[in-house]
Design a protein around this ligand. Sequence first.
Ligand SMILES: [Zn+2]
Length: 146
Amino acid sequence: MCVDDSGSGPSSAARRAIERTLTVRAYRALDPPQQAVLRLALVDGMTADELARTLDTTPAGADAATARACDAFRREWLRLYAHDEDRSPRCRRTIARLEAGEHVAGAECARAADAHVEQCVPCALVAAHLDDLAHWLGPLLRSLAA
Ligand SMILES: [Zn+2]
């Protein structure tokens, strides 16, 4: 976890608000069974064996269900970010490319996107955490329930 998360300045507060809003909206857009899997795995901290018993499946089946739910969550999170009217067009283009998995879209275009990510805190955060977005969910959902 990034040490910067404990910062209390305006930019880190704004960043947390962005993460929280998008994360909760993405979570609520998932199917109820996917929400349940993420809640059990990330909030309740169930192991694959516990999850398998709860879902009446095998540990491998529970792992696969968790991976599918995480993937669905990540896609929804990026879709919401890329289509958020409050973001600048450059942010939305950059994140739309990440959403589509287009890491190379012409050298000039890729350089422009890389330069943007270096200057833009929210986009840098998204790019850095692309593979573990779902793991923001546990702490966020716990803090909302508190
Ligand atoms: Zn940006």
